[in-house]
Design a protein around this ligand. Structure first.
Ligand code: LLP
Length: 419
């Protein structure tokens, strides 16, 4: 329950606040469970990210927010106003980014399974298509070239390198290893670069990587950036950009050791700068740097507010049963992820170790195990913290439960509903 250092959650007079706004006061009329986001926190995170890139003299940074982490339209519109682009992985995300009026020339399209229909949609969204298709196989490149030819367009493409690194994160979200489905191995990229036939009807504008998510240590990132730089060096043409992906971790648990944004930007800047100074004398243009952060921008901007249906004890176990379930928020069940569990109104009294569980018929339907919590009763409202990323976007209707609502606190402190 230690949120003393938390960037967005704090107690004032025993009432939980999200970025300065009292959650209870602003939401007491709303039916639980629901998601609540704060735009001010979102904008702060985005500006932290892009200002830090600028502080490290990163060349023309383009920050493409990863929509998969949170495609809420109100949040996207705010990010768009601050200059964000979008990292998308489906036709649905493309439509959502366009709805938020993000320019197609700031959209990068990742993913191993882009369909002909999705490629067509992207190419038709602007005379030049989109900023980049981040291509994950030779077969995909061939499909993009075929669709481009059919539409009489030239698709802008980047080749996503699989840098063969193993990152320290949950195995489900590690994506840069040799055995993973993502990216193209270096030798295959070299093959593509030599085979000009494969690059007909497309324009090679960049190279990309994305090695995983919730990265708390930067060792593998450093190795991957070096691989990316070396490969760029081997290209005998100017590249417009290098896309370094997303993945920067956030402190879900207060004791989790974590690399800072400053260390991250410093690493990106020095690795790529080294590469370019090593090329002194060559007339290669310095590529701009594209980022694809999701979690860093949005995780701590959101909470899931849920009510206690009842409590239950069995032998040594004490359960707090809430109306939100793993269908609404799955990270704890799927990855065993730690998330804060915080009563909106904190009572004083003895802390008790409890399991906080939902109504879904699976033992995995749990938000916290043996968590020491202050006294909690039926009808109390509690919130699960840091759920702004991969919360609503991963929710489902499992057990025939309806998708829950999302609310946003805007910059004036006014509550707005998503739909
Ligand atoms: N770019 C690409 C190509 C990605 O696949 C991802 C995330 C990102 C950027 C954004 O990564 P971020 O900065 O958010 O770490 N559901 C999991 C996370 C899955 C991440 C998938 N790809 C979770 O809840 O931890």
């Amino acid at each position: 329950m230690d949120i003393k250092q938390h960037p967005t959650l704090s107690y004032k007079k025993n009432k939980l606040h999200l970025s300065g706004t009292c959650i209870h006061s602003i939401t007491k009329e709303l039916k639980t469970p629901f998601y609540l986001y704060n735009v001010e926190a979102l904008e702060r995170n985005f500006l932290n990210f892009s200002n830090c890139a600028n502080d490290h003299n990163i060349f023309e940074p383009l920050v493409c927010f990863a929509l998969k982490s949170n495609p809420n339209l109100n949040l996207l519109k705010s990010l768009k106003r601050l200059g964000a682009g979008a990292d998308i992985v489906s036709g649905g995300e493309l439509k959502q980014a366009l709805k938020a009026k993000i320019s197609p020339m700031k959209i990068v399209f990742s993913g191993v399974g882009k369909t002909e229909e999705e490629i067509t949609l992207a190419l038709n969204s602007h005379p030049q298509g989109i900023y980049s298709f981040n291509v994950e196989s030779v077969e995909e490149l061939e499909m993009i070239a075929k669709v481009s030819k059919k539409l009489n367009k030239v698709a802008r493409v980047a080749l996503r390198l699989n840098p063969q690194v193993n990152v320290k994160t949950h195995k489900h979200i590690s994506t840069g290893g040799k055995s993973h489905k993502f990216g193209i191995l270096k030798s295959d990229i070299e093959g593509i670069l030599k085979n000009k036939k494969l690059l007909k009807n497309v324009l090679l504008v960049g190279l990309s990587i994305h090695i995983g998510s919730q990265l708390t240590c930067l060792k593998a990132t450093e190795k991957a950036l070096k691989e990316l730089s070396n490969l760029a060096l081997a290209c005998d043409q100017d590249l417009e950009f290098l896309d370094v992906g997303g993945g920067l971790g956030v402190p879900y648990h207060p004791d989790e050791p974590l690399s800072s944004i400053d260390e991250y930007m410093s690493l990106v800047s020095t690795t790529i700068e080294k590469y370019y100074t090593s090329k002194k004398g060559s007339h290669q243009r310095q590529p701009r740097i594209v980022f694809e952060p999701g979690r860093y921008i949005v995780a701590n901007t959101g909470v899931l507010v849920t009510s206690v249906i009842r409590t239950k004890s069995s032998e040594e176990n004490k359960f707090i049963i809430v109306d939100g379930g793993m269908n609404d928020f799955v990270r704890s069940s799927l990855y065993g992820a730690y998330h804060h569990v915080l009563p909106l109104n904190k009572r004083s009294g003895v802390l008790k170790a409890s399991h906080v569980v939902g109504p879904i018929c699976e033992t995995a339907d749990s938000f916290a195990s043996n968590r020491e919590l202050p006294p909690i009763k039926t009808n109390d409202r509690i919130c699960i913290g840091d759920v702004g990323a991969y919360g609503f976007s991963m929710s489902s209707i499992y057990n025939m439960r309806e998708k829950i609502k999302e609310y946003v606190i805007d910059k004036e402190g006014v509550l707005i509903s998503h739909k």
